[in-house]
Design a binder for this molecule. Structure first.
Ligand SMILES: Nc1ncnc2c1ncn2[C@@H]1O[C@H](COP(=O)(O)OP(=O)(O)O)[C@@H](O)[C@H]1O
Ligand SMILES: [Mg+2]
Length: 283
């Protein structure tokens, strides 16, 4: 594709209505989805654009905008620019969970903030589940620890129980897909409906990844070279079972997480129960 997509003037105009005249900073542009931070005199917003030759990026961004619109804690303005879809939503200030765990990965003993952040993240996911939602793509960068609490982002694969599921769901980031979900995606039938338990697996996987700096599964031990393995084959291997990575830089927390990551879906704790278990860990 090459280069960063241009930001649609319609989206810049929508941001300016909210913030005043904005200046843009490029954040990411990958797989048909570009994000800018737009800052004006009054506030900052995120602009997200779904683009690309096939309409998939646009469709994903359109349904993410619909999800943001349905969530009481979020606001969104959305529109089209030709075949592309954009939305504008307030910029959330604060470190991601990945950022918050940097001291843990650096070997620091000061772990109070990461532990409190982990508990808050679990509670945010529990609240999301209580409202009937499944996030579907929890990742280390998809939670922002703001001054007023943890906010989830990137609802591209989120689904509200009881509503029509997305036509096809591929499980979010493959490294954090729960084994039972990997199996369902492999064997069908579509549409796959992710369960809260799959989010809890991904949640534990996020915290494991933020702690160790590595995805939770020991692909080397299973003889898998990730870069030579398709997501479909990776999901088959995840279904068959891959051991957890060996490093234990934070054993008290990782023992709790390992129990979640190795439990069958029916025995997995809820996100709220995971918060409780983490609260019992001394920082
Ligand atoms: N509302 C927001 N507030 C703060 N940062 C955001 C916001 N939306 C997106 N970002 C930043 O942009 C990055 C990419 O956004 P994301 O929605 O995950 O897009 P992608 O489709 O590329 O995964 C996030 O990891 C985060 O750093
Ligand atoms: Mg994302």
């Amino acid at each position: 594709m090459g280069g960063f997509a241009p930001c649609p003037p319609e989206a810049v105009a929508a941001a300016a209505i909210i913030c005043g005249p904005v200046s843009l900073t490029k954040i990411t542009d990958r797989r048909g989805s570009a994000v800018w931070k737009a800052v004006g005199p009054h506030c900052g917003v995120a602009i997200k654009l779904g683009h690309g030759a096939d309409s998939e990026g646009a469709e994903i961004t359109a349904r993410e905008a619909a999800t943001l619109d349905a969530l009481p804690d979020y606001t969104v303005v959305a529109g089209r620019s030709g075949a592309d879809v954009w939305y504008v939503t307030p910029w959330l200030d604060g470190p991601s969970t990945w950022d918050l765990f940097q001291p843990v990965r650096d070997g620091s003993d000061v772990r109070t903030a990461p532990l409190a952040g982990a508990v808050s993240l679990c509670r945010a996911v529990a609240d999301f589940h209580s409202a009937g939602w499944i996030h579907g793509d929890l990742q280390p960068a998809h939670s922002i620890h703001t001054a007023t609490g943890v906010r989830l982002i990137d609802f591209a694969w989120s689904w509200r129980t009881g509503t029509n599921p997305w036509r096809e769901f591929n499980g979010g980031i493959t490294h954090l897909v729960a084994p039972e979900l990997a199996e369902w995606i492999t064997t069908g039938p579509q549409p796959v409906k992710p369960a809260p338990a799959a989010d809890v697996y991904a949640l534990a996987g996020v915290l494991w990844t933020c702690t160790t700096g590595q995805w939770p599964l020991d692909y080397d031990a299973a003889g898998i070279t990730v870069k030579d393995t398709s997501p479909a084959d990776l999901r088959k291997a995840i279904t068959a079972g891959i051991p957890l990575t060996a490093a234990r830089p934070w054993p008290q927390v990782q023992t709790v997480l390992a129990d979640v990551l190795t439990a069958p879906a029916s025995d997995r704790p809820t996100a709220g129960e995971l918060a409780e278990s983490l609260m019992e860990v001394a920082p």
